[in-house]
Design a protein around this ligand. Structure first.
Ligand code: SAM
Length: 191
């Protein structure tokens, strides 16, 4: 089984119980808080997260600091499970939608977050280039060296100006890339 589907399945298994969902939130809290600081997420931000999974811990933690968080996932079952947890946590500023990152209209967001497993990143970025506002900030998790062949690494991304933070250290990712939508290089071949 590929690591993408393994981690998605693991989230679904953990999501069966609301307590394990809360454990998941605690496991990733430090890394997400670090990304929140680096991205300067604040109460004016409308955030889009592409690929939230059954336990959308990134979106749930970010919702404490942002105005609104929209989480999309192409997997209908993951969206339904995530909706249940968000409701149980009594979070009111998170919206969950079944949609692909390659099809999303990103015109209404100040910051867009792309977790490690959201793929294909080049097509997703191409869609963001076409729909997001020029100064919308894009935040992308990057794989650890040993997962460089599994996920798109930063030198494959069609981006001309970016900064990389190394403040996070999780099992599969240890870097976060920051750029603006206007710095995505459009590629007609990906449309
Ligand atoms: C990105 S991870 C989960 C993220 C993690 N729970 C978090 O909060 O950071 C896995 C999920 O991403 C979804 N996904 C991967 N690529 C996607 C895409 N292009 N569009 C929408 N969802 C995607 C998968 O369906 C899976 O449920």
């Amino acid at each position: 089984m590929k690591i993408h589907s393994f981690t998605s399945k693991l989230e679904k298994i953990a999501s069966i119980n609301h307590m394990t969902c809360k454990l998941y939130l605690n496991l990733y809290r430090k890394a997400v808080l670090s990304e929140i600081r680096s991205a300067n997420i604040n109460k004016n931000d409308k955030i889009l997260i592409i690929g939230g999974g059954a336990i959308p811990y990134t979106g749930i933690i970010m919702s404490e600091y942002a105005k609104e968080v929209t989480i999309i996932d192409r997997d209908k079952e993951a969206v339904e499970i995530a909706k249940m947890h968000v409701k149980k946590l009594r979070i009111t500023n998170v919206t969950l939608i079944q949609c692909c990152g390659e099809n999303i209209d990103a015109s209404n967001f100040s910051k867009i977050f792309i977790p490690l497993q959201a793929e294909p990143k080049c097509q997703i970025l191409n869609k963001l280039k076409g729909t997001a506002m020029k100064n919308t900030e894009i935040i992308i998790r990057l794989p650890k060296e040993r997962f460089a062949k599994t996920y798109t690494s930063h030198n494959e991304l069609p981006i001309k100006n970016f900064q990389i933070s190394t403040d996070v250290n999780q099992i599969t990712f240890d870097k976060t890339l920051f750029c603006l939508a206007k710095d995505i290089i459009s590629n007609e071949a990906h449309i």
